[in-house]
Design a protein around this ligand. Structure first.
Ligand SMILES: [Fe+2]
Length: 443
């Protein structure tokens, strides 16, 4: 069993699975890890205690049995229930493995426990979806190209243009304020080859949309977008063969990948022109509310809210993206995953707001109705996330429908319709973007 213990409870005989040394703001240059070390003598113990250990994970199976009388505060240490750290959750760089079973729509209803509700203040978009979609496609395409160059420059120590990043963030913020669903729908389109760059843009879009809904000020939203765009800049210092390794990472490789949080912080801090909030988002986005994250194992009370927010959207985008070593999880499944960990790893109110922002079936999702009809979600109905506006693209017999018709929220009731599951567009040869531009008939 692996248990996390405070530094002062380290004893002779304990086997250190992993320890993170001081990662405080002042001494981040000295960040390092200790792995697989047996504390085999009092001298070794003294040496380790002299280091400023922030996070200590002990493997009790590999630890030697020590004499009870030699253990200071032994009873207290044994009686104190240490949090169990599951290997799959603690050390996998982005997120744990997808869970085997995908939830059905009926189970989703229980999971999300979302009742029909009326918003006190209707959030009417300033610009129609179709109009904003055209603009947001250009915004995203230009941002991906420039972010790639910016991150690559950062990797080789070149001075990268933060003004360009700010310009893209500003355009994205404006687009989300006009109609958030347009840019959000484009986060469903993921580039397999350019994961780090597309991921950075997707996390930016999702973070901006969530920050806005959580009530952060416009100025704060700008900084959050900027921090989100640069949150993984430290990955540029990790060898690509580790980042994109197909198959399971070794312990050492995971430790190497985890250093990206420190590298990112270091890179941003060195520049001198990056807001501290953005620096800390790079540093803290893999921390968890319960202290089981990295690099410091900080708990929620020590974390910047902006970092917790970026953690939520980072995990969501990582889960829903296909990588060389895993398929992408579908959105309802990924949201179930987040919801199950909301209290422990994030903040429940942030996760709930995030679900409200993107919808259980986000714009662009392919869904199946109880009638067998297939459709594409065109617009989130935030009064009832299970009843979005859907463009019908296939009839119950699996035949494509030429001119898509739209199922409106009221139709669910009158036609006894319900969404039964999320479907992979590749199962039907559907190009989602072709359907989102407009020209559908409301039924
Ligand atoms: Fe990261």
């Amino acid at each position: 069993m692996k248990v996390r213990i405070p530094r002062n409870e380290l004893k002779v005989g304990m086997f250190i699975e992993r320890a993170v040394l001081d990662t405080s703001v002042e001494s981040f240059m000295n960040v390092d890890f200790i792995q697989n070390v047996l504390v085999d003598s009092p001298e070794k113990l003294e040496e380790l205690k002299s280091k400023r250990i922030k996070f200590l994970l002990i493997d009790t199976e590999k630890s030697q049995k020590t004499e009870p009388e030699k253990q200071v505060n032994n009873e207290a240490a044994v009686q104190k229930e240490m949090p169990k750290i599951e290997e799959s959750e603690s050390v996998i760089e982005e997120v744990a493995e997808p869970e085997p079973e995908e939830p059905h729509a009926e189970e989703l209803l229980d999971t999300f426990d979302i009742k029909e509700k009326k918003k006190e203040t209707p959030d009417k978009p300033l610009v129609p979806f179709e109009e904003e979609l055209k603009i947001s496609r250009t915004i995203k395409a230009e941002a991906v190209g420039n972010v790639k160059k910016m991150l690559q420059d950062a990797a080789v120590g070149k001075s990268f243009e933060t003004e360009i990043a700010k310009k893209h963030v500003n355009e994205m913020v404006k687009s989300i304020f006009r109609n958030k669903d347009a840019l959000l729908s484009l986060t469903r389109l993921k580039s397999f080859d350019e994961y780090t760059f597309t991921h950075s843009i997707n996390v930016t879009v999702l973070a901006i949309a969530l920050a806005r809904e959580l009530g952060f000020s416009r100025k704060q939203v700008d900084v959050i977008g900027f921090g989100a765009m640069l949150h993984d800049v430290g990955k540029m210092k990790i060898p690509e063969k580790i980042l994109n390794k197909p198959g399971k990472l070794t312990h050492e490789e995971r430790m190497e990948i985890q250093k990206h949080a420190n590298y990112g912080y270091e890179l941003l801090k060195e520049r001198g022109d990056i807001p501290e909030v953005a620096q800390l988002m790079a540093y803290e986005h893999h921390e968890k509310a319960d202290g089981n994250g990295y690099p410091c194992g900080k708990t929620l009370d020590l974390l910047l809210p902006e970092s917790v927010l970026s953690g939520v959207v980072d995990v969501y985008d990582a889960l829903t993206s296909a990588r060389v070593y895993k398929p992408g999880m579908n959105p309802p499944h990924a949201l179930t995953f987040l919801k199950a960990r909301a209290e422990k790893e994030f903040r429940a109110d942030y996760v709930d707001k995030f679900i409200e922002v993107i919808g259980i079936f986000p714009v662009g999702s392919v869904v199946e109705f109880n009638t067998g009809q297939i459709g594409i979600v065109k617009e989130i109905n935030r009064d009832n996330l299970f009843r979005p506006y859907v463009i019908l693209v296939m009839n119950a017999k699996g035949k494509k429908i030429g001119a898509g018709r739209i199922i409106t929220p009221s139709k669910y009731e009158s036609a006894d319709l319900k969404i039964v599951r999320y479907r992979d567009p590749q199962d039907f040869g559907i190009y989602v973007s072709e359907y989102l531009d407009g020209d559908q008939k409301i039924i």
